[in-house]
Design a protein around this ligand. Structure first.
Ligand SMILES: Nc1ncnc2c1ncn2[C@@H]1O[C@H](COP(=O)(O)OP(=O)(O)OP(=O)(O)O)[C@@H](O)[C@H]1O
Ligand SMILES: O=C(O)[C@@H](O)C(=O)CO
Length: 420
């Protein structure tokens, strides 16, 4: 068994596959563990991403889970730790990015780390410490009205400082543009000024690759998935198609979507416009006690032989609000998640072996219902979204977990063409 190079802790499931995908593309063999594994690492890989659901839980619980993941990764011999959060820096003044970062620093005895959600492939860039989503600042991107982590301030130095006891500073683009030696020099300067955590600018993959060597000596890196493209080279690894090899595909195909994000809306519309078989599920019927999962499975069964089917609860914001006002936000979400997870499970029991899941929370529910504990990461479908392979209910399953706002319009069709 080779030695584990990079040990990663991700604060949600789709974010974990996003990180794993970038590591694989840069040459690492990666597995994603769902939660902290109970036993030692069984696979010979370069990196493990432990996927937690810690983004919006109380900070003390997020710290506890992250430290448990850290202990496990250290026991596997991880040489560097990577804390992955969202490319839109989803957090509140209470956390959890700052508190988890500081707890990991304390546990590692680490006196300096970086923080950057930059992910240029998905149009998340950081300049002068300000986070842009596409062409607009974070607080104009829609994230200002996120239900759980509204992001009203695009200045990440301020946002991170509000969550941290340690002093937060900035490594700005002028430094990054001069390369790794300039970044190393700036880190020393910031440390002399009492700064322990630096937001780092990056507007392109070249910026991320340039800063990479300067990160080799840090025990802890905290970032979105973007920085991951630069780390495998620090361990002497180069991109190789061998890193993303998965078993050959087979079996029936299906898509389940509980995401109501704008990109997913476009993907549902595109799938239907191409003549795909699609069934919308109605949360109010679930609330009335109808067995919506059984109905969906009965609908899907005769269609599965002909091509991929789509079962979705994806609805526009006024429909979602109306359901939420009748059922309560959490209850509506949990009910839909349970139903979609039961449908995913039923589909796999009926022979589906290639499954697309859309939505972070939805993915968490499906992965749990399918009793998946570990996923091997394969080829990228779109930036941030790879195919994975897992044992699900005792069967081999190709599965992809798509973050709400990731993926091109034709994702639900093209995903199946990417798999060999
Ligand atoms: N029609 C609907 N009415 C009410 N709630 C819904 C409906 N459809 C889905 N939901 C709930 O909305 C939430 C969607 O969250 P989810 O994380 O799955 O998607 P997302 O936010 O688009 O993805 P990501 O977290 O990756 O950005 C889930 O809790 C889901 O159950
Ligand atoms: O970084 C991102 O945007 C994603 O990987 C994610 O975390 C979505 O929840």
């Amino acid at each position: 068994m080779g030695q584990l190079r990079l040990g990663c802790i991700a604060d949600d499931f789709t974010g974990a596959t996003d990180l794993a995908n970038n590591l694989v593309r840069a040459g690492m063999r990666v597995v994603q563990a769902i939660g902290v594994p109970a036993g030692p690492l069984a696979a010979d890989v370069d990196a493990v991403v432990v996927a937690l659901k810690s983004r919006t839980i109380p900070p003390a619980e997020a710290i506890e889970q992250s430290l448990e993941a850290l202990c496990w990764l250290q026991a596997q011999g991880a040489r560097q730790i990577y804390f992955k959060y969202c490319s839109t820096f989803d957090s509140t003044p209470a956390g959890n990015i700052g508190p988890v970062t500081e707890a990991l620093m304390d546990a590692l005895g680490c006196d300096f780390t970086i923080a950057t959600p930059a992910f240029p492939d998905n149009k998340r860039t950081v300049f002068k410490g300000y986070l842009f989503v596409g062409d607009v600042l974070l607080n104009e991107s829609g994230m200002q009205s996120h239900p759980l982590t509204p992001m009203a301030d695009p200045n990440l130095v301020r946002v991170m400082q509000a969550q941290c006891r340690r002093k937060v500073g900035l490594i700005d683009h002028a430094v990054v543009a001069r390369g790794a030696a300039a970044v190393t020099e700036r880190i020393a300067q910031l440390q002399a000024e009492g700064v322990s955590i630096a937001i780092v600018d990056a507007v392109s993959n070249d910026d991320l690759l340039r800063m990479g060597p300067a990160l080799a000596a840090l025990p802890l890196v905290t970032a979105g998935s973007g920085v991951a493209i630069a780390l495998p080279a620090n361990f002497g690894l180069a991109p190789s198609p061998a890193a993303s090899g998965l078993p050959p595909k087979g079996g029936l195909r299906a898509v389940v979507s509980g995401s109501c994000s704008l990109a997913t809306h476009r993907q549902v519309r595109d799938f239907i416009a191409r003549g795909g078989a699609a069934l919308a599920i109605d949360p109010l019927r679930i609330a009335e006690g109808a067995d919506v999962a059984a109905e969906a499975l009965a609908w899907a069964l005769p269609l599965l032989e002909r091509g991929p089917v789509l079962v979705y609860s994806t609805a526009d914001s006024s429909a979602v609000k109306s359901v939420q006002s009748r059922l309560g936000v959490e209850e509506a979400g949990a009910m839909v998640e349970r139903t979609i997870a039961a449908i995913a499970r039923g589909l796999v029991e009926r022979g589906v072996r290639q499954l697309v899941v859309a939505g972070g929370e939805t993915s968490g529910a499906c992965v749990q219902a399918l009793a998946i504990t570990q996923m091997q990461i394969g080829p990228q479908i779109d930036p941030g979204v790879p195919w994975c392979h897992a044992q699900a209910l005792g069967q081999g399953l190709h599965i992809t977990l798509k973050s709400g706002n990731f993926g091109g319009d034709d994702f639900f069709t093209r995903a199946f063409e990417v798999l060999a």
